[in-house]
Ligand binder design. Structure first.
Ligand code: NAP
Length: 287
């Protein structure tokens, strides 16, 4: 019988499994007197950011990690924020530091991220982390593309020699995603807003990662039968419901595997933050 509907890669189920592993590792480290700790800094009152940081802190607690949420009003100066990061860099109880973006306009986000010690850069946004990924050295991988790689691993997908098309080239998703796929010996094409014929690219792909932030960027006619489709996008449809970049109903008829939104990449992003924080703490313990 021919398969006409793509199989789902369930980000919630995979997250549950990975978070249980984190909880076990956290318990093992605690038995040695070290509790993995994450500091989350939020400046200002962006409603979406408030939800994100709450979810991150709760996920830490649920997995037995210690977390500190530092909330500051939008008037915090850059100097004050840099001083807090310096203090957290030197705090032995904190293994990971996350500054929720976006920051208020008067604060230089790049300067702030660069102030985080690379050893505690569990978001993987520091230039040192990006460089480590680029040259294949140990470092922290950005959580969202790292989560996408775990999803591919979960279906035992061998990327070697496959053609992967990444739509989007941001520093936090598209570019690191392309490097991770390349690291697994895929042939990688990166598309962006100036790409002339997106459909011609995606039709050649064995794996498509959509990370654009626009609904229906990928439709069924753009997908080769059997391809794996990973949807990073987070958008709202006309009814105000969360949806991705991919026309899920159409593309699932063609794809071999597909991630849903919600319940796909989203939960994986937080899960990989826990994994990175755990890793940071284990590296300290091993030093
Ligand atoms: P971003 O910084 O805005 O980057 C979007 C990328 O899409 C850019 O490289 C842009 O090209 C490209 N693009 C825009 N229109 C395009 C088009 N019509 N065709 C092809 N490429 C196009 O966004 P981001 O931070 O990477 O995030 C992308 C999406 O993922 C957003 O919806 C975001 O909310 C979501 N996201 C989800 C998670 C999660 O946990 N699920 C995490 C992070 C992000 P140019 O470079 O040429 O402008």
């Amino acid at each position: 019988m021919t398969q006409t509907t793509g199989r789902l890669i369930d980000g919630n189920a995979l997250s549950k499994q990975l978070r249980a592993e984190v909880a076990q590792r956290a318990a093992a480290l605690k038995a040695r007197g070290i509790t993995p700790g994450l500091a989350v800094i939020l400046v200002g009152d962006n409603p979406a950011s408030q939800v994100y940081v709450r979810n991150k802190v709760k996920a830490c607690e649920d997995s037995g990690l210690h977390s500190v949420l530092e909330k500051y009003d939008a008037g915090m100066t850059e100097t004050q924020l840099l001083a807090r990061i310096d203090a957290l860099n030197n705090d032995p109880g904190i293994h990971g530091i996350l500054v929720q973006l976006p920051l208020p306009a008067h604060i230089d986000a790049h300067k702030v991220i660069e102030a985080i010690s690379p050893a505690k850069d569990v978001d993987g946004f520091h230039v040192a982390s990006a460089g480590a990924l680029m040259v294949g050295q140990p470092g922290f991988w950005p959580c969202t593309p790292y989560g996408c790689m775990k999803m591919l691993e979960s279906i035992h997908y061998d990327l070697k020699g496959k053609h992967a098309v990444v739509i989007g080239r941001s520093n936090i998703v598209g570019k690191p995603m392309a490097l991770m796929l390349l690291g697994q010996n895929a042939t990688v094409t990166v598309c962006h807003s100036a790409t002339k014929d997106l459909k011609a690219m995606t039709l050649q792909a064995d794996v498509i990662v959509a990370a654009v932030g626009k609904r229906n960027v990928l439709t069924a006619d753009m997908v080769k039968p059997g391809a794996v489709v990973i949807d990073v996008g987070m958008n709202r449809n006309d009814e105000g419901k969360l949806c991705g970049d991919v026309d899920f109903e159409g593309v699932k008829q063609v794809a071999g595997w597909i991630t849903p939104v919600p319940g796909g990449v989203g939960p994986m992003t937080i899960t990989m933050l826990l994994v990175n924080t755990m890793e940071a703490a284990e590296r300290v313990a091993a030093a």
